[in-house]
Design a protein around this ligand. Structure first.
Ligand code: ZN
Ligand code: ZN
Length: 134
């Protein structure tokens, strides 16, 4: 199983050689601001299964997470937990095949925007899911 993707301008590319550890939609305020969208859908891959190329800019949105965006077009690409360097979060929307991966739950629903209506039947958590590479 393999996945690949890239930013809007094509400068940043990534590839993963195995299925992600999890695929989550995060509704927290940090993700809302970091993406400029109503939520952040991302797949977490094990770093050993993952390769990225291209120049990114990095910014710590919290003491725990560095966010990396394409240095040219600004597409939010990766979320890198400093306390779990073996994992990397990848923006789901950057997949070459946008239908290749589907979320398995919603997290930080306590911060979900009112007008976002969830009817996909997936599990919802008010906060993050501890200990599973959130
Ligand atoms: Zn780009
Ligand atoms: Zn978040």
């Amino acid at each position: 199983m393999a996945f690949a993707g890239g930013c809007l301008c094509g400068q940043v590319r990534w590839a993963a050689s195995a299925a992600p550890a999890n695929v989550r939609v995060c509704h927290c305020r940090l993700c809302q601001k970091a993406t400029g969208g109503p939520f952040f859908a991302r797949a977490v891959f094990l770093a050993g299964d993952f390769e990225g190329s291209g120049e990114t800019t990095s910014w710590p949105s919290s003491p725990r997470i560095d966010r990396r965006s394409c240095a040219r077009c600004g597409t939010p690409m990766f979320s890198c937990p400093k306390d779990a360097p073996a994992r990397i979060g990848v923006s789901l929307a950057t997949c070459d095949d946008p239908a290749a991966l589907r979320p398995d739950c919603h997290i930080w629903v306590s911060s979900k925007l009112d007008w976002v209506c969830l009817d996909d039947g997936l599990p919802r958590f008010d906060e993050g899911v501890i200990g599973q590479g959130s």
